[in-house]
Design a protein around this ligand. Structure first.
Ligand SMILES: [Zn+2]
Length: 505
């Protein structure tokens, strides 16, 4: 069996921010679209009118035909998410919204009144009235025990994990959800399948074994030290009185459970099923001895997404590959803005942005969690602001790469100058500076020091137009175009992650 992974060449595209699923270009102030104050001021200077121009929706990523769950786990911890088979992230500088990867752990959840209330009402709805829960006499609430006990006693409510395959019943639920919750009547069975059933994982991973599913569905009965056997995508179907009322699309990864999407029957609006699903999934993480709960993207200036802060945890600083606690981030930056941390004292974070730090080497390890007490400074403006150091450094590297025959060019401005209305899905080169991508300076070093040769003999190139497949023999001998595509892959996923790659051209 083929052991590697298969992806397309990286893409970078822009759309008008009216197409942004989070802000829909409806922010109240123009400056709120920009990552940093200097970017906003710059946009005003360069705009044709004095009011500035709106930032666009800027996405980069690749189509993944085959990935292992381990590889996807690493990508999630680099700020990527998946939509079907498409692996993507927003450009944190140019996008209209800042999309932060958020992860938490079961014991970091603080049960607010609202969450307690949601749980109480759930227990009431699904338990017979003569079987109330054994509550803590002090009136305390431990949500995990409460969920486990409620679901064990309930005769009317149950959930079932199963392979993420299409069924008519699931599609009917999706259709109802889209129409009532998102006012979208333009859905189809095909779009549902592509969005919530297709995955980049192998067929064996998707289907799993009967034993794996049985063990997963028995998560309430796990003992300490039991290891979850099921890794991969799953649909968790919620049934009440025999009807499918909700479905969670999840990926179970070695480092934790990742929530991909959640759909629910609008007739059950009052159940607050979205909030309940987060508490349930956190309970599963705890009982099944997983470590983290990945809640997707967090936007602190988007009411639809800011609720995620209720579950605690931290946000990923993609430029240092470290999670910073939400409390710390709140102190360091204003809503909607970019942050990049630097430790102000010698501590565990001391290497971030220091001369010996390289993002590529940091990506070899799981991201650090910077402690609550670390003294941190937000250096986003110094690095990524219009007068920040990142652009001249990247432009110098781009020129040096060009002189080695790899066609990078100097970015005249750090942003895409908007002289016209952006068109739908406009494709671009990847800008020279994107936070979280391996910097061009590091890519240049890899070539100068011949570290890039680790790809030789392990990367396969598949030219789809010519129908030709071949091994990468010597990087040096490749055409300028192929060299640049390989460098872009390294920028997106790191050098070592690119070993074993089959690249579709
Ligand atoms: Zn937006």
């Amino acid at each position: 069996m083929f052991e590697g992974f298969i992806i397309s060449r990286p893409v970078y595209f822009t759309e008008p921010s009216s197409r942004c699923g989070y802000c829909s270009a409806k922010k109240s102030r123009d400056e709120d679209y920009y990552c940093l104050d200097s970017w906003y001021r710059n946009s005003v200077v360069h705009a044709n009118n004095s009011e500035g121009t709106l930032a666009e929706n800027c996405t980069l990523g690749f189509q993944a035909e085959l990935l292992s769950v381990e590889m996807y786990d690493r990508l999630c911890n680099m700020g990527y998410r998946r939509s079907g088979k498409f692996i993507y992230k927003a450009d944190m500088l140019r996008n209209c919204c800042r999309l932060y990867t958020i992860r938490t752990q079961p014991d970091l959840v603080i049960m607010s009144k609202e969450l307690k209330h949601t749980l109480r009402r759930f227990s009431k709805r699904v338990l017979p009235s003569d079987k109330p829960l054994h509550r803590n006499p002090k009136g305390g609430c431990h949500y995990i025990d409460e969920i486990v006990e409620t679901e064990t006693l309930s005769k009317s409510f149950r959930t079932c994990f199963e392979p993420s395959v299409f069924t008519e019943e699931k599609y009917r639920l999706f259709a109802k959800y889209q129409e009532h919750v998102h006012n979208d009547f333009d859905h189809s069975a095909r779009s549902f399948k592509r969005f919530l059933c297709d995955t980049p994982f192998s067929k064996e991973t998707v289907l799993g074994t009967k034993e794996e599913w049985e063990q997963l569905n028995n998560w309430k009965g796990f003992k300490q030290g039991d290891r979850l056997k099921r890794l991969g995508p799953a649909h968790e179907c919620y049934y009440f009185e025999g009807n499918l009322i909700a479905m969670a699309v999840t990926d179970i990864l070695p480092s934790g459970l990742s929530s991909v999407y959640f759909i629910w029957d609008p007739e059950y609006y009052k159940w607050s099923l979205g909030k309940l699903s987060a508490l349930r999934e956190l309970s599963i993480v705890s009982k099944a001895n997983l470590k983290y709960y990945y809640m997707g993207y967090y936007l602190d200036d988007c009411p639809k997404m800011s609720y995620k802060a209720k579950y605690g945890g931290g946000l990923l600083d993609v430029s240092t590959h470290a999670y910073i606690s939400l409390d710390q981030v709140t102190k360091l930056k204003r809503p909607g803005k970019l942050f990049a941390v630097e430790a102000t004292s010698k501590s565990e974070a001391e290497k971030t942005h220091s001369s010996e730090f390289t993002l590529n080497d940091a990506l070899l390890h799981a991201p650090k969690s910077i402690s609550e007490t670390a003294a941190l400074k937000n250096v986003a403006e110094e690095i990524y602001g219009v007068a920040g150091g990142a652009y001249s450094e990247a432009n110098e590297a781009a020129q040096a790469l060009a002189s080695l025959g790899i066609p990078y060019a100097v970015d005249e401005l750090p942003f895409h100058p908007q002289t016209k209305e952006p068109e739908e899905n406009e494709m671009h080169n990847i800008p020279n500076v994107v936070p979280g991508l391996v910097p061009l300076k590091e890519v240049l070093q890899m070539i100068m020091k011949d570290r890039i040769s680790v790809l030789e003999g392990t990367v396969t190139l598949y030219d789809l137009l010519e129908g030709e497949m071949r091994r990468l023999e010597r990087f040096e001998d490749e055409s300028p175009e192929i060299k640049k595509i390989l460098c872009d892959v390294v920028r997106l996923i790191g050098l070592e992650n690119a070993r074993g790659l089959l690249l579709l051209l």
